[in-house]
Write a protein that binds this ligand. Structure first.
Ligand code: ATP
Ligand code: MG
Ligand code: FE
Length: 350
């Protein structure tokens, strides 16, 4: 099926067009620059930016793929989870498009969309089930067991406080680095010694692992970094930014990879799928690949343009739903900022 997907859950206005499992276009407009001076995404600013970007983005995606609106078989949209106002803009646009074109509409889950991004990767062999998926972004840190993309996604664990990307952004800020902090910390860490400062690994002690084996916590780590920096400054000493960045990054990466591989081992699943914007982190990819290989686990990492928020992954998920015979959503659905990952498609009420 030929599907146009709309993604507006955070700060990216993503329009993607896919045919079956083939990517035809993937247009991404980000309002990140507008949030930079606030050090994080401002919901109202994001919603307004989506409103402005949607029309030109849809036109650009159609032009890029050489597809006409009339040719589409379906429209897909992120119903949640995400920022309520931002989601609402995309949902409204998708409904308007579907109604005016008299096309079926699929309301889908953003997190499951991140997994669906993987099937658009031409260079990779088809996705095998079950697979463990680790999604790490500015808003999410989730460990999932995917038995079937369209019917069975189980939440194994998630962050209990900050998301991994959020932790990167906050630590960057306290080190005086600009937003978004992830790439900045990555760059600073390159010349640092990851072993110079030992930062805590959240929820990783034996007692924590018994109760929160697949859950994450990064706020303690952020506080530990803040204290360490403050003490240095109070003593009138320079802050070794590269070492702090490297130590912090190592702590985040260690916890993410340790827990993801524990999930693989526990469930006897030798496959790990990575997704979300934090996957841009070189160290995370390297450590994941190295430690997974040592345990006989195959790692899949979609191209980065499909790891960060985008519309193609939303179209891809709808395309899978259509191919497995699922009926479209009714117009009764809305934006659901806390949509659980188990709700792959939102049916809508009659
Ligand atoms: P959502 O949570 O809905 O997916 P988001 O827009 O916050 O939304 P992404 O766009 O997928 O998430 O990712 C952005 C996050 O990734 C930011 O927090 C950013 O700091 C982080 N990030 C980007 N590059 C890197 C990197 N090299 N290392 C670590 N973090 C990174
Ligand atoms: Mg983003
Ligand atoms: Fe996302």
């Amino acid at each position: 099926p030929l599907v146009l997907g709309i993604e507006t859950s955070c700060d990216e206005t993503g329009i993607g067009i896919v045919r079956g499992r083939t990517l035809l276009s993937n247009t991404i407009a980000s309002s990140m620059d507008e949030h930079a001076r606030y050090g994080g995404v401002v919901p109202e600013v994001a919603a307004r930016a989506h409103l402005e970007a949607l029309q030109p983005s849809i036109e650009a995606a159609l032009a890029e793929s050489g597809v006409a609106l009339a040719d589409l078989d379906a429209v897909a949209v992120t119903s949640g989870p995400g920022l309520a106002g931002a989601l609402m803009v995309g949902v409204g646009a998708a409904k308007a498009l579907a109604v005016s074109l008299e096309k079926p509409l699929y309301a889908v889950n953003h997190l499951v969309g991140h997994i669906a991004a993987d099937i658009l990767d031409d260079d990779a062999p088809p996705l095998e089930y079950p697979t463990v998926a680790l999604l790490v972004s500015g808003g999410h840190t989730s460990l999932l067991l995917v038995r079937d993309l369209t019917t069975d996604v189980e939440l194994l664990g998630e962050t209990m406080d900050d998301a991994a990307g959020e932790a990167f952004d906050k630590v960057a800020r306290l080190l005086g680095l600009p937003y978004p902090g992830g790439p900045e910390i990555d760059r600073a860490a390159a010349s640092g010694d990851p072993k110079a400062i030992a930062f805590p690994r959240g929820l990783s002690r034996a007692s924590d692992m018994a109760k929160h084996r697949y859950d994450f916590s990064f706020s303690g780590l952020k506080t530990a970094v803040a204290r360490w920096v403050e003490q240095r400054q109070a003593a009138g000493e320079d802050v070794p930014v590269a070492d702090v960045a490297a130590g912090f990054r190592e702590a985040v990466v260690d916890v993410l990879v340790t827990k993801a591989l524990a999930a693989c081992r526990d469930h006897g699943v030798p496959r790990l799928l990575l997704g979300g914007g934090v996957i841009a982190n070189r160290r995370l990819r390297d450590v994941a690949l190295e430690r997974a290989a040592a345990e006989g686990v195959t790692v899949r990492i979609p191209p980065l343009s499909l790891c960060t928020d985008n519309g193609a992954m939303i179209a891809a998920l709808a395309s899978e739903l259509i191919m497995s015979g699922r009926p479209p959503s009714t117009l009764g659905f809305g934006a659901d900022s806390t949509l659980p990952v188990t709700e792959i498609q939102v049916a809508g009420s009659a």
